[in-house]
Design a protein around this ligand. Structure first.
Ligand code: PEP
Ligand code: MG
Length: 923
C-alpha cells in the first residue's frame, strides 16, 4: 500500500517517471540512441583516486559514498570494498530513464569487486553477496531503500551453505533477501512475507526467528518465491546482475517516494539533488556468536560528553540495531565480549575524530572476530550536545602529534538554529506520577494526547489536538505521524533507533525503549496504569520519564555553553550586523533584551489597538460622526498609547526603538460583515451594531492587503498618525525627565513614493517639534520608512531623500513581489509547491534570493546612492532566518529584527554570516 502511495505521489508530482514509464523511456532511448562513448563516469570504486579528497565530492558520491571512499582511500580503515553509483546517474535516470552506458560501468565494477574479494556474484561454490544502499548528499535516515544479501539465488544459496558450513545461515539470508527484494524492488506488500514466517514459528511453538531450523528456512524460501510468482506473475529473478539493476532502480525511485519527499520539505533539502547508490561486499554480523553489529558515536550525541557511545548486538545484522526490534547492549558489553575489537574500534573513533575534526557516528560489523567499518559520517546531535562539543573542541582533544582542536569561528559554525531552538525548548515546571521510564532520546518537554498510529496522530493534529505518538518502534512509514506529534514514545529501540534519530534531528522530544510500555490496540499499560487513546501524557525527553496527565511547561534553562557561544558570536558581529527584536509590549521588549536584542526593529502599534479594552475606543474613533467625537476617541487612545510607549521605551532604555505608525486596514478593527448580517437576519441588531455594520461595509475592500493601509491610511486620517506620534513623544519626554535615554525611530509603513513620505514626515516632524518645545533635554528621534513594495525598492534613491532610515518589510515585499497573498497561499498551495519542487523554499520563511533578495539589494544600494550613511534594517520574518540573514549582511544591512524568541538564533547566524561560508552548503 505504502509503496503504491509513493508511486502515485511520484507520478502526481511529475518529478520522476513511474517504474514502468522509466523502463519504457529507457528502452525507447536505448532503441533510438546510438550508445555514444561517455567521457564522464557514473560509477566509482571506493578506492578510486579522485583528484581531491573524496569528501569534497559529496554532491557526486552522496554523503555515505564520499565517507566510504574517504575511509577506504584516505584513512585506510577496514571497509568492505564496493562502489558508488553517482547522483549524476540518478539525476539522469529521473529525466531519461536508465542511463546509456550505466549497465556496462556497473558490470565492470562488479568484475573488479569480484577480483578483490576472490568471489563471484551468484557463484555456486563460494558466492559474493552485496548490499545496495541509498546515500544522498544530506543524510535522510531511513527515508530511502536498502537491499541486503543481493546475489543469492537457488544455486548460490547452496554455495553459501557449503562455503560457511552453515546451511541455516545460508537459507536465513536467502529468505531475508527474497522478502526484502520483494517488498522494495517488486512492490509486494510485506505482510505476504510476514505471514508465512509467523506461521512457521507458530508450528514450532516459538516466537524467536533464531529458533527456526535450516529445513524450515528452506521451505520458507520456496514459499516466498511462490509469493513473488503470484504477485508479479514472474519467477523471482535468479540472475544477480538483473537483481542488481532492479535494486539500483528501486533506490533511485525511492528518492521520490512520498516519505522521502515529505522529509526533504521538512528539512529544506532540494528535490533535484538525487541520491547515490552504494554497492558493497556483504559482511555478516549474523554469522555466529563470534559476530555482531553495532553503531557507535565518537562522543555522546545526546549530552556532548567526550566519551564514546554505542549500541551493539551479538549475532545480528545492522538493520536489527536500527529498527529497535531487539534491545541493544552498550560499548562496555562490547569490551567484555570482544576486548581486542573494542580497543581497535576506540582507536578508529579517535582517528575519525581527528580526521573529520568533529564527532562522528559509525556503523560497524564484526564477522567471525574481524572488525569492519560500514559507514561513518559527522554525527547528528542534540542542541545541548552541539554546544558542549563546539566549546570543548576549541580546547583541544588528544595528545602529542595526535592533538587537534578547532577555532572559535569553526565552533560557531557547528551550532545551528535548530540546536539553539532545542535548548530553548520549554521544560516541565513540576513533576507528576511517573508511569514509565525509557531512554532520553531527544530533549525537551512535550504534552499531548496519546495516539497509536501515525495516521491517527496526523488526523488529530489536523484537528488542532496536541499529540503524543506512542509506538512499539517507528519506521519510515510513521514519519507523517511523527511530524505531527509534539512528542514520541516507543516501547523498544535504542538511542540510535529510527525514532530517536528522526526526533533528535527535528528537535521533537522523544523517549525510546520504554520497556514497561505494553501496547495493545488502542491503549497501553505501564506499571499497572492503563492509558487509552486520547488520554493526556507528558514526556520529558531530557530525563526519559513519562508522566500521566498534563504537566505545566516553563521556559528552558540553556546550558552554560549557550552563553559562551553567543558571547563569541556577539564579539564577531559587533559593529557589523546588529540584532533587534520585533516587540509590541513592555514585557516582550524586556524579554527580548534578556535574550540579547539590541533594540526594537519593529513595534507594531496596531497590536495595542486590538487589546479588548482598546478596541471599543478604536471603533468609536472609526464610527465618529463629528470631529469632536473623533477627537474625544483619539484623546482616549492617546492616553493608553502613551502608557504603552513608556513601558517599551523604558525596557529598551538607551537602545533604539522603531515604532511603526498604524499599518492595517481599518476594517480589521471592525466586526465581520457576515456575522453582523447573520445576526441582523436572526435576532436583529441594536443601534450600535447597526452603525458598526454600516462602517464595516463602508471600509470593506476587495483586496485589503493592497488597499487602504499603511501610509495611505495616514493620508486619509492624518489625525490618527498625529495622535500616535504625540503619544510617543510625550512618553519619550516623560522618560527624559526621569533621566532616562529613550531613542526613538518613527517608521512610516508601506510608502511607495517620495511625495507620500514627504507628506507623512511633515506630520511627524510637526508633532516632534510641538512635543520638544520648552524641553531642555530633547529625546533622540529619527524618521524613516519601511520598504515593502517592489516600487519602493526600485525608487529607493528618491525615497531616501526623505528618510533617515529604511527597514525592509520582507513579509509584504515577498507578498507583493510574488503576488502571493500571505494570508492564503501558505496553507493552501505552498505544500504542493514545495513537494513538487516548484519552489525550493517557502519564500515567506527564507528570503527568495533571486527575486525578493534582489529587491532588497537594489533598495539598499539605491538608498545609499542618495545617502551613503542611510541606516538599513529588516523587520520581516526573514530577520530571524539564518539563510536570509546571510543575504542581508551581504546586502549591507546594519541590523536584522526578529521575534524575541529567535534573537539568539539571529545573533549566531549574524556571526556566521560575518565569518562567511558557515552553513552555506546548498541543500
Ligand atoms: C513586513 O511586511 O515585512 C512587516 C514587517 O510588516 P507586517 O508583517 O506587519 O506587514
Ligand atoms: Mg508589512
Amino acid at each position: 500500500m505504502a509503496q503504491d502511495t509513493e508511486r502515485l505521489a511520484a507520478v502526481d508530482s511529475g518529478v520522476v517517471p513511474t517504474k514502468t514509464a522509466a523502463k519504457k523511456n529507457a528502452a525507447k532511448k536505448n532503441a533510438t540512441k546510438k550508445p555514444t562513448a561517455r567521457k564522464s563516469t557514473y560509477v566509482y570504486a571506493f578506492d578510486h583516486r579522485h583528484r581531491r579528497p573524496p569528501m569534497e565530492y559529496k554532491d557526486l558520491l552522496g554523503g555515505k559514498g564520499a565517507n566510504l571512499a574517504e575511509m577506504t582511500s584516505v584513512l585506510k580503515l577496514p571497509v568492505p570494498p564496493g562502489f558508488t553509483i553517482s547522483t549524476d546517474a540518478c539525476r539522469a535516470y529521473m529525466v531519461d530513464g536508465w542511463p546509456v552506458g550505466l549497465t556496462d560501468e556497473i558490470a565492470a565494477q562488479v568484475a573488479g569487486l569480484e577480483k578483490k574479494m576472490g568471489r563471484r556474484l551468484g557463484d555456486a561454490k563460494d558466492p559474493l553477496l552485496v548490499s545496495v544502499r541509498s546515500g544522498a548528499k544530506f543524510s535522510m535516515p531511513g527515508m530511502m531503500d536498502t537491499v541486503l544479501n543481493l546475489g543469492l539465488n537457488d544455486r548460490s544459496v547452496q554455495g553459501l551453505a557449503a562455503g560457511t558450513a552453515d546451511e541455516r545461515f545460508a537459507y536465513d539470508s536467502y529468505r531475508r533477501f527474497i522478502a526484502m527484494y520483494g517488498r522494495i524492488v517488486l512492490d509486494i506488500d510485506g505482510e505476504h512475507f510476514e505471514h508465512p514466517l509467523e506461521q512457521a514459528k507458530a508450528v514450532l511453538g516459538t516466537t524467536n526467528d533464531a529458533d527456526l531450523p535450516a529445513a524450515t528456512l528452506r521451505e520458507l524460501c520456496a514459499e516466498y518465491k511462490a509469493v513473488v510468482k503470484v504477485a508479479t506473475g514472474k519467477a523471482f529473478p535468479q540472475d544477480p546482475m538483473r537483481q542488481l539493476r532492479g535494486a539500483v532502480e528501486a533506490v533511485f525511485q525511492s528518492w521520490n517516494g512520498a516519505r522521502a519527499i515529505a522529509y526533504r520539505v521538512r528539512e529544506r533539502i532540494s528535490h533535484d539533488l538525487g541520491t547515490a547508490v552504494n554497492v558493497q561486499a556483504m559482511v555478516f554480523g549474523n554469522r555466529d556468536d563470534n559476530s555482531g553489529t553495532g553503531v557507535g558515536f565518537t562522543r555522546n550525541a545526546a549530552t556532548g560528553e567526550n566519551t564514546p557511545y554505542g549500541d551493539f548486538l551479538i549475532n545480528a545484522q545492522g538493520e536489527d540495531v536500527v529498527a529497535g526490534i531487539r534491545n541493544t547492549e552498550d560499548l562496555d558489553a562490547l569490551r567484555r565480549h570482544f576486548p581486542t575489537i573494542h580497543d581497535e574500534l576506540i582507536a578508529i573513533f579517535a582517528r575519525l575524530e581527528r580526521h573529520y575534526r568533529d564527532m562522528c557516528d559509525t556503523e560497524f560489523t564484526i564477522e567471525q572476530g574481524q572488525l569492519w567499518m560500514l559507514q561513518t559520517r559527522v554525527g547528528k546531535r542534540t542542541g545541548a550536545a552541539a554546544l558542549r562539543m563546539a566549546v570543548e573542541m576549541t580546547q583541544g582533544t588528544g595528545k602529542g602529534a595526535a592533538r587537534w582542536k578547532i577555532s572559535k569561528d569553526e565552533a560557531m559554525g557547528r551550532v545551528s538554529a535548530d540546536h539553539l531552538d532545542a535548548v530553548l525548548h520549554p521544560q516541565f515546571a513540576g513533576s507528576g506520577d511517573v508511569i514509565a521510564t525509557g531512554l532520553a532520546a531527544s530533549p525537551g518537554a512535550a504534552v499531548g494526547q496519546v495516539y497509536f498510529t501515525a495516521d491517527g496522530a496526523e488526523a488529530a493534529a489536523k484537528r488542532g489536538d496536541h499529540v503524543v505518538l506512542v509506538r512499539n518502534e517507528t519506521s519510515p512509514e510513521d514519519v507523517h505521524g511523527m511530524m505531527a506529534a509534539q512528542g514520541i514514545l516507543t516501547a523498544r529501540g535504542g538511542l540510535v533507533s529510527h525514532a530517536a534519530v528522526v526526533a533528535r534531528g527535528w528537535g521533537t522530544p522523544a523517549i525510546v525503549g520504554a520497556e514497561s510500555v505494553k501496547i495493545s490496540g488502542n491503549s497501553f499499560t505501564a506499571n499497572g496504569v492503563t492509558v487509552n487513546e486520547g488520554d493526556w501524557v507528558s514526556l520529558d525527553g531530557s530525563t526519559g520519564t513519562v508522566v500521566l496527565g498534563q504537566l505545566q511547561l516553563v521556559a528552558a534553562e540553556p546550558p552554560a555553553e549557550f552563553t559562551t557561544i553567543l558571547g563569541w558570536a556577539d564579539a564577531k558581529r559587533k559593529g557589523k550586523l546588529a540584532v533587534r527584536a520585533n516587540a509590541d509590549t513592555g514585557e516582550d521588549a524586556a524579554n527580548a533584551r534578556r535574550l540579547g536584542a539590541e533594540g526594537i526593529g519593529l513595534c507594531r502599534t496596531e497590536h495595542m489597538f486590538l487589546a479588548p479594552d482598546r478596541l471599543p475606543v478604536v471603533r468609536r474613533m472609526i464610527l465618529a460622526d463629528t470631529p469632536e467625537e473623533e477627537q474625544a476617541a483619539l484623546a482616549e487612545l492617546l492616553d493608553v498609547q502613551r502608557t504603552d510607549f513608556i513601558e517599551i521605551l523604558e525596557a529598551m532604555d538607551g537602545l533604539p526603538v522603531t515604532v511603526r505608525l498604524l499599518d492595517p486596514p481599518l476594517h480589521e478593527f471592525l466586526p465581520s460583515v457576515e456575522e453582523l448580517r447573520i445576526k441582523q437576519a436572526t435576532t436583529g441588531l441594536d443601534a450600535e451594531e447597526k452603525a458598526l455594520l454600516a462602517a464595516a461595509q463602508s471600509w470593506a475592500e476587495h483586496n485589503p492587503m493592497i488597499g487602504t493601509r499603511g501610509v495611505r491610511l495616514g493620508v486619509i486620517k492624518p489625525e490618527l498618525y498625529g495622535m500616535q506620534v504625540r503619544a510617543l513623544m510625550e512618553a519619550a519626554a516623560t522618560l527624559r525627565k526621569q533621566g532616562k535615554n529613550p531613542i526613538v525611530e518613527v517608521m512610516i509603513p508601506l510608502t511607495v513614493t517620495r511625495e507620500e513620505l514627504q507628506l507623512a514626515r511633515g506630520w511627524v516632524q510637526e508633532e516632534i517639534d510641538r512635543a520638544g518645545k520648552g524641553l531642555r533635554n530633547k529625546p533622540t528621534v529619527i524618521i524613516g520608512t519601511m520598504i515593502e513594495t517592489p516600487r519602493a525598492a526600485l525608487r529607493a534613491d528618491e525615497i531616501a531623500e526623505e528618510a533617515d532610515f529604511f527597514s525592509f518589510g520582507t513579509n509584504d515585499l515577498t507578498q507583493m513581489a510574488f503576488g502571493f497573498s500571505r494570508d492564503d497561499v501558505e496553507s493552501r498551495m505552498m505544500p504542493a509547491y514545495l513537494e513538487q519542487g516548484l519552489l525550493k523554499r517557502n519564500p515567506f520563511e527564507t528570503i527568495d534570493q533571486g527575486g525578493v533578495g534582489e529587491l532588497v539589494r537594489l533598495g539598499a544600494e539605491r538608498g545609499r546612492q542618495t545617502k551613503p550613511k542611510l541606516k538599513l534594517g529588516v523587520c520581516g520574518e526573514h530577520g530571524g532566518d539564518p539563510e536570509s540573514i546571510e543575504l542581508f549582511y551581504d546586502a549591507g544591512l546594519d541590523y536584522v529584527s526578529c521575534s524575541p524568541f529567535r534573537v539568539p538564533i539571529a545573533r549566531l547566524a549574524a556571526a556566521q554570516a560575518v565569518i562567511g561560508g558557515a552553513g552555506s552548503e546548498t541543500k
